[in-house]
Design a protein around this ligand. Structure first.
Ligand code: GCU
Length: 331
């Protein structure tokens, strides 16, 4: 029954369920927050969160810390968002595209070829004046966006080099589940198959799809290079990941702890920005050792092909404002 279920959930939750709505100020109760992550613990984002946890624990005399659940042990990102909403998970990293189904305006920050550099991306996506309202709009769906993190540059991989849009004709490529990503893939010359990251390996292997698109780190870490050995530098998408919280967890923290957490997150965002490029290079080397071939592509041709998407997507005044702010923050 419902009440047994609720007790069960509260009992296995590390904090969010039990402490909902209460402030911990002065209680001294030790809390370990659950963080869902869909890749391995060596990933720059995971490392940054582990370092954040150490700092948080040190600076709160052991009261608060984080426990990372890597390798999608708490489910796909789609599933972890639901657990964030219900409060059974405290924090998670999720791809920007997945938030579009809650607030379609989020699509503006997930557009292909919109950032000129990782620095540009991080500058605008962590500027409250630019994206504060956009992030707050997700609170209606019980998602609290705390920070945007760099997540590399996405390129295309399949069983042959993809140099220009023509090469994608007849190719079915996995994208992260969002209408904009589906449209993006069509404009790039292929057709799209939205699915969760964890399903991609088998889908390629069994021929359900022909390939996927992702950054080098993920390409290697989840072994996609084994089934799609040509990685082509289309550089089409610098898609942010968001570090999100369950509002139940977040609201249960006192003001001082929230400020500390936010400050530590600024550092974590910096860490990821600083470490991603090296991780991507190392991943490329390891993938090459495993037989993958990294090839050049006519990124300019893909950019031109996909650019109409900007106008198609940016349809509200809120999106226009953000779009213009991103444009004018270019170096
Ligand atoms: C990247 C991104 C993840 C995302 C994954 C995907 O690795 O950092 O957040 O889940 O791509 O393609 O699904």
């Amino acid at each position: 029954t419902a009440s047994v279920m609720a007790i069960g959930l509260a009992a296995c939750s590390s904090g969010a369920g039990e402490a909902a709505g209460e402030s911990d100020e002065g209680s001294g109760e030790k809390r370990v927050f659950k963080v869902a992550f869909n890749q391995n613990a060596a990933h720059p984002q995971a490392q940054a969160i582990l370092a954040l946890s150490d700092e948080l624990e040190a600076q709160t005399d052991g009261q608060y810390s984080l426990e990372l659940y890597p390798d999608a042990t708490l489910g796909t990102q789609e599933a972890t968002i639901e657990q964030i909403q219900s409060g059974t998970i405290d924090f998670a990293f999720v791809a920007g595209s997945l938030l579009e189904s809650f607030s379609s305006d989020v699509a503006v920050v997930n557009l292909p070829y919109i950032y000129e550099s990782p620095e540009h991306q991080m500058e605008v996506l962590n500027d409250d004046a630019i994206v504060g309202d956009l992030y707050d709009s997700l609170l209606e769906d019980d998602i609290k966006v705390l920070a945007a993190a760099h997540a590399g540059v996405r390129n295309m991989y399949t069983d042959k080099p993809i140099e220009s849009p023509d090469d994608l004709a007849g190719y079915k490529i996995r994208v992260i589940g969002s209408d904009t990503n589906v449209r993006m893939m069509e404009l790039m010359g292929g057709s799209a198959a939205p699915m969760a990251m964890g399903e991609v390996y088998t889908a390629i292997q069994s021929g359900v799809i022909d390939g996927a698109e992702n950054n080098e780190v993920t390409y290697f870490d989840v072994s996609h290079y084994e089934v799609a050995p040509f990685y082509s530098a289309t550089k089409h998408l610098m898609l942010p990941d968001f570090f999100i919280a369950s509002p139940k967890t977040w609201d249960s923290l006192d003001e001082e702890t929230r400020e500390l957490f936010e400050e530590l997150l600024d550092g974590a965002v910096e860490d990821v920005l600083h470490n991603f490029a090296v991780a991507a290079e190392e991943a490329q080397e390891k993938a090459e050792d495993g037989g993958a071939e990294f090839v050049d592509a006519d990124a300019e041709a893909f950019r031109e092909a996909v650019l109409p998407l900007h106008e198609e997507v940016v349809t509200t005044s809120a999106m226009e404002e953000i779009y213009d702010a991103i444009e004018s923050a270019r170096g």
